[in-house]
Design a protein around this ligand. Structure first.
Ligand code: 1GP
Length: 271
């Protein structure tokens, strides 16, 4: 395990011990930049208040690219942690954030990741996304000794590419009781995380009413992503009960690292 996490805390504990504070995840799609640029972006994100890195997104990225991206990010974080440890005012712990695979399937895995969101796309109509890809991937996750974070993944309207590829029976804005039933199901299965997804690049974020409804189920840490680009949008999701806000497109759209720092700081300061 290459993990950078704090020594006395498991990754699942890090993710689920929210202490009532909403935190931010930066999603890096390995397909969208070189591993070195991914590492630079991840370091800027952490410096700007992000608390976790997800690696994943595209459906057909080769394993080698995913792995090279995870290695580069881990090395970047390690260097920053070391530099902080050498400085009297340095905060070494800030750099010890998990690098977590956010896979589109049983491909795109890397032993350099600390953990994986081990997901059931709960509202898929395709067995492959309910349990098929998971059965294919589990032996590799076991072999690589990556922590599996048990996650219920629910795709909400508009759903974007993941909704299409994952054959999701989309949760609509007014499906308040349905999303509650899904959250109960997730808790009864023993999932610890529930990820409400509007789809990458969505023109509408997950409705706060859906977040509120799912949040009434105890024992689930709520991750919300898709279409969040501004502090106002992040605040809406946080106020509705999101424990983690994920942004991906925001990073890809940033014109440079300074722009990225400004955009992520603007979000993390309102959480
Ligand atoms: C996608 O929820 C994430 O899986 C992030 O979405 O790219 O719209 O930020 P965006």
């Amino acid at each position: 395990m290459v993990g950078m996490r704090r020594d006395d805390e498991s990754i699942l504990a890090y993710v689920t011990n929210t202490k009532g504070v909403t935190r931010h995840v930066t999603l890096i799609d390995p397909d969208k930049q070189s591993p070195q640029t991914a590492a630079d972006r991840a370091c800027v994100a952490i410096e700007s208040g992000s608390s976790m890195i997800f690696v994943g997104g595209s459906t057909d990225t080769p394993d080698e690219i995913v792995h090279a991206t995870c290695v580069a990010i881990q090395e970047g974080l390690e260097l920053r942690a070391f530099a902080a440890s050498q400085s009297p005012d340095g905060d070494e712990d800030r750099w010890k954030v998990p690098v977590v695979l956010f896979p589109g399937g049983s491909h795109a895995l890397s032993p350099a990741a600390d953990a994986i969101t081990f997901m059931m796309l709960m509202n898929s109509t395709d067995r492959r996304f309910l349990v098929g890809e998971q059965v294919r991937g589990a032996p590799y996750i076991d072999k690589f000794d990556i922590d599996a974070l048990p996650t219920g993944y629910i795709v909400c309207h508009p759903g974007g590419k993941v909704g299409e590829v994952g054959s999701a029976d989309l949760i609509m804005e007014d499906d308040i009781d349905l999303v509650k039933a899904y959250s109960l199901t997730a808790a009864m299965y023993g999932f610890k995380l529930l990820y409400l997804e509007a789809g990458s690049g969505a023109d509408k974020q997950v409705s706060p009413d859906l977040i509120k409804s799912a949040k009434t189920t105890e024992g689930l840490t709520m991750i919300v992503g898709g279409g969040i680009r501004t502090p106002e949008q992040a605040k809406i999701a946080a106020d509705a009960g999101a424990d983690w806000i994920v942004t991906g497109t925001l990073t890809e759209d940033a014109t440079d690292l300074t722009d990225l720092a400004n955009k992520i700081s603007a979000i993390t300061t309102v959480l």
